[in-house]
Design a protein around this ligand. Sequence first.
Ligand SMILES: *Cc1c(COP(=O)(O)O)cnc(C)c1O
Length: 379
Amino acid sequence: MPATTPQQRVYNFSAGPAVLPVPVLEQVRDEMLCLPGVGASILEISHRGAAFTQIIESAEANLRKLLDISDDYAVLFIQGGSRLQFSMVPMNFIGEHGANPGKSGDYLITGSWGKQALEEAVKVGPCRAVYNSKATNFDRLPAPFCAGEATPQYSDDAAFVHYTCNETIQGVQFPGEPETGGIPLVCDASSDFLHRKLDVSKYGLIYACAQKNAGPAGVTIVIVKKDLVASASDSLPVYCNYNTHIEANSLNNTPPTFAIYVVQLVTQWLLDTYGSLDAVHKNNAQKAKLLYDLLDESPDFYQGHAQPECRSLMNVAFRLPSEDLTAAFLSGGKQHGLTDLKGHRSVGGIRASIYNAMPIAGVETLRDYMVDFRNQHAG
Ligand SMILES: *Cc1c(COP(=O)(O)O)cnc(C)c1O
């Protein structure tokens, strides 16, 4: 028998694409031959027909409800992943055809993704790092979040400040927004989008690929304050101009219909199960605490990567005392149905990604396994 029941599922701690809620997967399965009232599957219908129009409008409405997004902002569904946003942001804000040609972009570099975002941005215009925690292997944040760290000094001509609110690889997360003195804030929220309520009005633009915490691979959600990009020029490549997607309601070309459908289901699941992102956040904080308390209890055995002030609620990265123990931990975990726990090679060790859809029972099972493993192997 193929594994078709929730009972046969492992606890999958993959960083992305990542765990999805079982009720969402069940609904996808149930509707795979026929969307209710449509007589065909989501994979087979026009993106301009009534059924899909209702799905994309509902996905947007759910996001607006969860995040309380005002009409000053567009909610877009774009392809190309977060990596395309690494380029689209500077193209639209500061590039020669952007809204503020010749101005610059300031970047807070707190991990691997922010570093790559800046590497792309400098191809478009004058962008620079105003904070960089590379020297400590990206384990911390600027002041005031981490005491004793530098306070970023922004450029006089900065048209935006870019930061990565959750660095997926290092497990370093901003507990709140950096203060920019009125410079529009651009956020790569790929790996913690919808894990808590955000005050969207503090942002110029937020982007998040769906495959970490909001759906499957194939779609990136962009929330953009329309007036900031309105004056970008038609000389930009059509797909790379935010105004194209704003004017066409994300239907300029064929959008990733299946991925948007699943985002609609995930956001509906959040609303139906939790009602609000504050409740989602509370649940996430409770899950993360189970693991971080154990790290704090056993600092000689489990060494957390992030400084305590900036520990991620989504990606818990830690090391064991040796490579041999790490390998034993991973293979023993698999036997307990705990998979995809290997850390990224740049950090090593273990990374447990515990996104919204990871049930607390999965985190408890991991915690119990970690306690047993420590008791068995600690010197
Ligand atoms: C996964 C990830 C990306 C890259 O997303 P793609 O959709 O693969 O381009 C960018 N930023 C962060 C923070 C991520 O976690």
